[in-house]
Design a protein around this ligand. Sequence first.
Ligand SMILES: C[S@@+](CC[C@H](N)C(=O)[O-])C[C@H]1O[C@@H](n2cnc3c(N)ncnc32)[C@H](O)[C@@H]1O
Ligand code: SF4
Length: 406
Amino acid sequence: MSIIIPIRNDLGAQPSRLKVPAGATLTSLPPLSVYVHVPWCVRKCPYCDFNSHAAAGEIPERAYLDALRSDLEQALPSIWGRQVVSVFIGGGTPSLLSSAGLDELLAMLRACLNLWPDAEITMEANPGTAEAGRFRDYAASGVTRFSLGIQSFDDAQLKKLGRIHDSAQARAAIEMAQRAVPRVNLDMMFALPGQTLDACVADLRQAVAFGTEHLSLYHLTMEPNTVFAKFPPEDLPDDDTSAAMQDAVEAELAAAGLARYEVSAYAKPGARCRHNLNYWEFGDYLGLGPGAHGKLSFHDRILREARLRGPESWMQAAMARDGSHIAESRQVGPDELPFEFMLNALRLKDGVAATAFHERTGLSLAAIAHQLEAASRRGLLDADPTRLRATPLGWRFLNDLQEMFL
Ligand SMILES: C[S@@+](CC[C@H](N)C(=O)[O-])C[C@H]1O[C@@H](n2cnc3c(N)ncnc32)[C@H](O)[C@@H]1O
Ligand code: SF4
């Protein structure tokens, strides 16, 4: 569903679509990715504010797949003819899907979309739901990359974090995943309750010991509306300690060949996540499933979409086939584009080519010349005119730098 704003055209005749003002026309469309949200988990973790819901018993897989097909079919006109470079099946806990269910999901995507033959197809999995046979089946169906929610190898931490698995299960899941597919990411968290600097580094060393090629490392945050926000752990590391952890871990990972390439992402050469890179490079993505967000470019406008968040309401609305499963669809105004672009691009350590700004927003770089100059003067932005890249200082004060483009 797109927002059609009736305006009178110059001839004063029929209403027509509102156009982004001259200069904001896209001459080519960016790469397109697809995100599929699976909203159920075995249990809700106390720190998590993702759109994930504890499944009471079996997940309603049949109803979910039918609704997903309906959601996808209704979205096709907005991406007609475009190639899909990557798919990310995230959650929630996608590894709650049966082998047959995941096979049907990927077959559906392949049948309806122009999926690149070597598209990266990532699936998130929770070690508490891992089975070797199922991982092999997922891979046989087309999954090329697993992203495992490990968080820590310390059993006491895993308990405090309310995880459904222990470290032995986490280790077994890594080995299963690495045997099944060529690419595996480990999600880890730091600044955990009672965690010392040494314990944090030891945790990451264990992750590295698996020959891990990609790590996502998140500072544990207290998100509103979570159990931890209401009952915060008392022994969280202070800011100085968590900053020291970040530095120590970055050095440790670099020594193991895992370079930090984004605020929370580390990879060996050639192992960067193509799907996430497309987000950060301000590419397009179709978001399917409850609560999924999307960004879609057209030659004359850029739309942001969000699906209904509730699994039941999304399923019902998607089956009604009347567009009511779309909670929000709005055109991003040209005045919002510079901030949106910079919010993503500056998260990348190497930034992006300066030409990408015009390619992805349709705006001339001159539109932000003033802000670029001010950021560069404050030492936050690299002086290289061919790239938009934060300096080490700018990366440390990333929020301040990004806000300069608001
Ligand atoms: C959707 S979950 C990953 C897959 C799966 N649901 C799991 O947890 O095993 C994405 C990741 O976000 C991170 N995360 C979630 N809530 C967080 C928080 N409050 N602070 C820091 N990282 C968080 C965790 O590392 C988690 O693995
Ligand atoms: S398993 Fe993952 S998505 Fe589910 S509640 Fe825990 S962190 Fe959130």
